[in-house]
Design a binder for this molecule. Structure first.
Ligand SMILES: Nc1nc2c(c(=O)[nH]1)N[C@H]1C(S)=C(S)[C@@H](COP(=O)(O)OP(=O)(O)OC[C@H]3O[C@@H](n4cnc5c(=O)[nH]c(N)nc54)[C@H](O)[C@@H]3O)O[C@H]1N2
Ligand SMILES: Nc1nc2c(c(=O)[nH]1)N[C@H]1C(S)=C(S)[C@@H](COP(=O)(O)OP(=O)(O)OC[C@H]3O[C@@H](n4cnc5c(=O)[nH]c(N)nc54)[C@H](O)[C@@H]3O)O[C@H]1N2
Ligand code: SF4
Ligand SMILES: [Mo]
Length: 885
């Protein structure tokens, strides 16, 4: 097994991965010790990559209208239907919806085809849901979409402000880097309506009222000015718009009390934030989805940037406003022009820029204008303006706001093409043509991470079935549409070289995105390419920080401060919809679970969809911990488990975004989220929709363990969700009916059961138990109860790994776990598979701090994203002076 160095396909940290692949697609991964993003570390998701590379569930053949077809036929069909729509209805009648999980080469090919050869701007990416507001803020402030800082700044900073960023869960490896800096005195301030794991050990937590960040940051700017904490020299030499911005602020009361009141915070906390910001030269303000995913996302970004510009905390070691990217290649998409609102290579739609790109591409039909942004694009699909849509590497039926309406749009669209690696996603249900794409570990290309660092993804396995690289699928269709010469690449290195050449084309230093040093990478150099941060103006160059000389990409070289007004959320809460529905990520899942749902170890920490509710709101609604709750908004409804938590802000609910039809049909978040967008960026307000919550009122509950994934029995109104385990699937469900409904469930789930059937019923508790055993192996286990508890799932699920069940275990399948096993409890450390009970036992046995728990159990010693949770368990220990640092 030879070692291949590649990059992780999950988050925008962009960790280097060293993988050894063996026969049967066995894969061993570790962190690449030389990669500048992670220096050898990986988080739980990266560490579990080996569990996600099997061929189970893969789409391996092209399909058209439900039938497998060859690539030639599939390519010809797509080309023909797109060409016909363009001929009959014009170029704007077609669209591509793409993704930050494509490689830069894929993005480049798709963008070139749509904007240069189809002649429409209608290519947009799921980065519209993610980074669009930061992009617009960067362009307004810096003159282009430029990320000033780098990860080293996170090591060097004295103060890190997390503004709507749950780094402990979403960028775990960077979080570990900051934990190290923290042990040398770095301070953390967390601004988030929820007390996240990132907030767990911070110096100051600001539980901000939803959508009031602009007020808080504007208040900071006014306060800095009043205190004389502005860097006058920096502003004089490098910034425009300072006086106008300050004058604009003066129209409101920016006093601490007024700001604190509007943000729902204590004046003393607001002041502590302001003082810390003023006193620390080396400050990094990380802003993420709590900032971008807002109808005022651009203003939130600008308000952060304004404070940094006014104090000169930019372009210096340890000082930057830092928009952190979510997806592995959100940055590459922005660079290549994958957003409808940019043209290509950081050029837009001015006459001169269009002319330059037209000449470079020899484009016959360069688009004259930007295209439709994601939400508008799906509206245009819904009302019939778009006749042909090609979705690549994203799952909009799950991840778009108003997902119910997006599904309607997809169902109405005359021609839908979906390129994906998996055979079943919620979006593929609507595809007329399904195109099998190479997955991570099979594809070759480049990605750019949050710190502008370009890294190679390299193949570890041969291409399975008929799957092909996304760039090649696009290029083949382009050729079939008659654009042979412009799409004649035969390798990804050629595509990359062309992309690099476009960034360098007629670039006299005016455009910071400049890959001049990479235009001549030949196949061998591309194969060996080592990570580099752009601009890369000469071969081997690396640019860690931008703006170190105080020059920005504006005509006069000055950064712009832009006055931004504080506003409320797009929709106010009301008596009918009194709560603010927030949404986002859990620690171990990735988006729509098409990959992390394959790794049982990643399904333990948050096994099923839930809503987090503050105890006050729960009491008001009559909700009990662990019962099912109905969450409703004007857009839709979900039924999920109630998790009652002090860490939630009163008046707010939190629903994870991840669950899909495949795992929890009634637990999907996005049918509930309204599509209110920022007017400039088009990014939806995923973090706030007025909502209400109430008990579902289940009459009984049950679970069903089987070797395969089952869907809910037809014709019954069950709340159904599925959690993968090693060797089996655990299905949880509940109903509102009586004994007849329970009997019907037993009938449906035990139908055609073979082998020995064990039965144990307890009519007094409405309890029904069934287990089937074939040749000594557990095949199905069913437990239903009207009153009282259900047996622990973990032990039963583990029995599906046994080849010959012992007598005692057979009985215990029905009755619950046998006496001599220890239930490990809820999974805390996904990397080393350590549960709460094991950790509590270690604490009970004398482990008094994080390191001691790690030494005793292994928990928290790999990626560390569970360390805040272990710290919380430690903190529940009585009467001891604990050291959790
Ligand atoms: N485990 C995991 N990691 C991931 C991903 C994943 O799916 N799973 N996805 C990746 C992607 S694509 C992205 S974009 C990133 C996202 O990374 P993050 O932005 O860290 O993740 P989120 O959970 O979406 O949201 C962050 C926080 O914003 C808070 N928030 C909500 N409203 C407000 C508000 O009005 N003001 C403030 N200040 N905060 C608010 C939420 O409570 C939440 O804690 O994660 C990346 N990493
Ligand atoms: N409520 C709510 N909704 C949200 C968010 C939120 O915070 N709250 N966050 C938003 C954000 S920030 C994001 S980034 C989006 C993410 O949302 P999506 O992009 O819809 O989520 P994924 O599950 O990552 O979808 C990627 C799809 O591409 C497939 N795939 C993976 N690799 C490849 C490849 O190489 N080629 C091809 N062709 N296919 C591939 C996967 O199997 C999967 O089906 O969700 C957004 N939606
Ligand atoms: S932090 Fe985790 S998910 Fe993100 S790139 Fe690194 S290993 Fe992958
Ligand atoms: Mo994202």
């Amino acid at each position: 097994m030879t070692e291949v160095r590649t990059a992780c396909p999950y988050c925008g940290v962009g960790c280097g991965v060293a993988g050894r692949a063996g026969p049967g697609r066995v894969l061993d991964v570790k962190g690449d010790a030389d990669h500048p993003a992670n220096f050898g570390r990986l988080c739980s998701k990266g560490s579990a990559l080996g569990s996600t590379v099997g061929l189970e569930g893969r789409l391996l053949l092209p399909e058209a209208f439900g039938q497998p077809v060859g690539w030639d036929a599939a390519t010809a069909l797509v080309a023909d239907r797109f060409s016909r729509a363009i001929a009959e209805h014009g170029p704007d009648s077609v669209a591509f919806y793409v993704s930050g999980q494509l490689l830069t080469e894929d993005y480049y090919a798709a963008n070139k085809l749509m904007k240069g050869f189809v002649g429409s701007g209608n290519i947009d990416t799921n980065s519209r849901l993610c980074m669009a507001s930061a992009v617009v803020a960067h362009k307004q402030a810096f003159g282009a979409d430029l990320v000033p800082g780098c990860y080293e700044d996170l090591d060097l900073a004295d103060l890190v402000v997390f503004s709507g960023h749950n780094a402990a869960w979403t960028h775990p490896v960077l979080f570990r880097r900051m934990e190290k800096a923290r042990s040398h005195g770095q301070q953390w301030i967390v601004i988030d309506p929820r007390h996240t794991d990132t907030a767990e050990g911070c110096d100051l937590f600001l539980p901000i009222a939803p959508q009031t960040d602009v007020r808080l940051w504007n208040g900071l700017l006014a306060w800095l000015d009043a205190q004389g904490a502005v860097d006058r020299d920096f502003v004089r030499d490098h910034v425009a718009g300072f006086d106008e911005t300050l004058a604009d602020l003066a129209r409101d009361d920016q006093g601490l009390d007024a700001v604190a009141r509007d943000c729902g915070l204590e004046p003393s906390s607001v002041e502590a934030f302001y003082v810390a910001f003023a006193n620390s030269t080396r400050t990094v303000s990380l802003f993420s989805m709590g900032s971008n995913q807002s109808a005022q996302g651009v203003a939130k970004g600008l308000a952060v940037i304004n404070a940094h510009l006014a104090t000169g905390k930019i372009g210096k070691p340890g000082a930057a406003p830092f928009s952190i990217t979510g997806q592995p290649n959100a940055m590459g998409g922005r660079e290549s022009g994958g957003m409808a609102s940019t043209l290509a290579a950081h050029m837009d739609f001015s006459e001169a820029e269009r002319d330059r790109v037209r000449r470079f591409w020899h484009a016959p039909a360069l688009t004259e204008k930007p295209g439709l942004k994601a939400v508008d694009m799906f509206e245009a699909v819904h009302d019939g303006r778009i006749k042909a849509l090609w979705v690549m590497a994203t799952n909009p039926a799950v991840s778009m706001p108003r997902a119910g309406r997006v599904r309607e749009a997809l169902a109405r669209c005359p021609f839908v093409v979906v390129s994906d690696c998996m055979a079943q996603t919620d979006t593929l249900e609507f595809a007329h043509v399904k195109l099998p794409a190479l997955a991570w570990g099979e594809k070759e290309g480049t990605v750019t991470n949050s710190e502008r660092c370009i890294s190679r993804q390299r193949a570890l396995f041969d291409a399975p079935g008929e799957a092909r690289a996304d760039w090649r699928i696009v290029a083949d269709v382009a050729r079939a549409m008659g654009h042979g010469e412009a799409f004649a690449w035969t390798t990804p290195a050629q595509v990359f070289a062309e992309h690099a050449a476009l960034t360098a084309f007629e670039n006299d230093g005016a455009r910071f995105l400049d890959l001049s040093g990479l235009t001549r990478l030949d196949e061998a150099a591309y194969a060996d390419f080592a990570p580099a941060q752009w601009p890369v103006r000469t071969r081997g160059a690396n640019t860690a920080r931008l703006f170190t000389d105080g020059r920005f990409q504006t005509p006069d070289g000055r950064a712009r401060m832009v006055a931004v007004a504080a506003k409320g959320p797009a929709r106010a809460v009301s008596a009918e919809w009194p709560l603010s529905l927030n949404s986002g990520r859990v620690r171990d899942h990735w988006h729509t679970m098409t990959r992390t749902g394959l790794a049982p170890e990643l399904c333990r920490h948050a096994p099923e969809p839930m809503v987090e509710v503050h105890p006050v709101d729960a009491a008001r609604a009559g909700l009990t911990e662990g019962e099912l709750a109905v969450v409703e908004t004007t857009a839709g409804r979900a039924v999920v488990t109630a998790r009652i938590s002090e860490r939630q802000r009163p008046g707010s609910l939190f629903l994870p975004m991840h669950w899909t039809d495949a795992f929890a049909p009634s637990g999907r978040c996005n049918p509930l989220v309204e599509a209110d967008v920022d007017p400039a960026s088009g990014q939806p307000e995923f973090k706030h929709t007025p909502a209400r919550v109430s008990p579902y009122g289940e009459a009984w509950r049950g679970f069903f363990v089987a070797r395969e994934a089952w869907t809910a029995p037809e014709g019954l109104e069950l709340i159904w969700r599925r959690t993968p385990y090693d060797g089996c699937q655990v299905h949880e469900f509940a109903g509102q009916g009586g004994a007849a409904e329970r009997e019907a469930v037993v009938e449906a789930l035990m139908r055609h059961a073979e082998g020995e059937v064990l039965t144990m019923d307890d009519p007094a508790r409405g309890a029904l138990r069934r287990a089937t055993i074939t040749e000594g192996r557990a095949e199905r286990v069913l437990a239903i109860v009207e009153m009282g508890g259900l047996p622990a799932r973990g032990w039963i699920a583990d029995r599906f790994l046994d080849d010959a069940l012992e007598l005692g275990d057979r009985i215990a399948l029905l009755a619950g776990r046998s006496v001599d096993t220890i239930d490990v409890g809820q999974m805390v450390c996904a990397c080393l598979k350590v549960g709460t009970k094991t950790i509590e036992a270690a604490i009970g046995a004398g482990a008094r701090n994080l390191d001691a728990v790690g030494a005793a159990t292994g928990a928290g010693t790999n990626c560390g994203s569970c360390r805040p949770e272990i710290a919380r368990l430690l903190a529940t220990m009585p009467n001891e002076a604990l050291n959790v640092a």
